[in-house]
Design a protein around this ligand. Structure first.
Ligand code: B1M
Length: 215
């Protein structure tokens, strides 16, 4: 991963960051590595925000830079993964209620799509009831919940509970991910698995679909 790109992003030099990302992608660098490097830059921006060195405008600008780079990276991701699409299934995904972060969720959705899944993205700040309605309508095998705010873990847990109360829990597998989500959050929320990144989300989903095929 280019230290220059991380440095440009962290210091809000947008034009330079876009040019570096464009060159890296055009030069054949692994698009997923470029995105994971951007995640490292976001980590530093987040730390500066927490420390009171950066404020909301920097957070917004960092998000915009990453969105643009994600768009740039999409065609290259397709090239890497499209041949691996052998197992199909439906996934309903969203950022849970109270959380409007969507860059990571969008990367996960896109990676699932190019790996042969039909993805129904409910967007951000999604109430539990909207997940329930979508499960009833779409009949997915997998439900994905994303959250970056620690305060949204409660929403994740509540969403899993509401799905259970609606009698839909047994027919789906639930995967959670995003920012500070980890195995403990998975346990706390009652989800089936935690995905550390987009590739993990795809692998888990593929694994579940394979198992379902042999059941
Ligand atoms: Co916000 N924000 N933010 N923010 N923001 C964080 C998350 C924060 C950690 C920064 C910090 O203080 N260090 C902090 C949360 C602290 C906490 O809860 N402990 C924070 C805060 C506090 C806030 C606000 C409250 C700020 C305020 O208003 N005072 C506010 C909350 C708004 C809300 O949600 N209600 C807010 C707002 C925003 C912006 C709108 C300005 C912008 C988001 C733009 C957008 O998403 N459209 C923003 C940004 C950019 C960030 C940081 C800097 C970057 C987030 C990001 O896009 N990361 C972030 C700092 C950080 O992340 N360290 C921060 C890159 C992205 C690719 O990673 O989303 O983790 P990630 O996704 C990864 C994996 O986690 C995984 O795959 C992805 C690809 O590898 N993954 C999944 C994600 N979802 C998955 C689902 C899966 C599986 C894997 O299965 C379903």
């Amino acid at each position: 991963m280019s230290h220059d790109l991380v440095e440009a992003m962290v210091n809000m030099r947008e034009t330079e960051a876009m040019e570096l990302a464009r060159k890296m992608l055009a030069g054949g660098e692994d698009a997923l590595h470029v995105l994971e490097g951007c995640r490292a830059a976001m980590e530093i921006v987040g730390q500066r925000f927490e420390a009171g060195r950066y404020f909301l405008p920097e957070l917004i600008m960092a998000g915009e830079m990453l969105k643009k780079i994600s768009q740039m990276a999409k065609p290259f991701l397709k090239k890497e993964c499209s041949t691996k699409a052998d197992v199909r299934g439906k996934v309903v995904i969203g950022s849970v209620k109270g959380d409007i972060h969507d860059i990571g969720k969008d990367i996960v959705s896109f990676m699932l799509e190019i790996n042969g899944f039909e993805v129904y993205d409910l967007g951000v700040d999604v109430p539990a009831e909207k997940f329930v309605d979508a499960i009833q309508e779409v009949q997915p095998e997998i439900v994905g919940m994303s959250a970056l705010l620690t305060t949204a873990f409660e929403s994740m847990k509540n969403t899993v509970e509401v799905i259970e109360v609606a009698g839909l829990r047994d027919r789906i597998k639930i995967i959670v991910g995003g920012g500070t989500v980890d195995e403990k959050v998975k346990e706390y929320t009652g989800a089936d698995a935690y995905g550390a990144d987009a590739v993990a989300a795809v692998n888990l989903s593929r694994e579940w679909m394979k198992r379902k095929t042999y059941e």
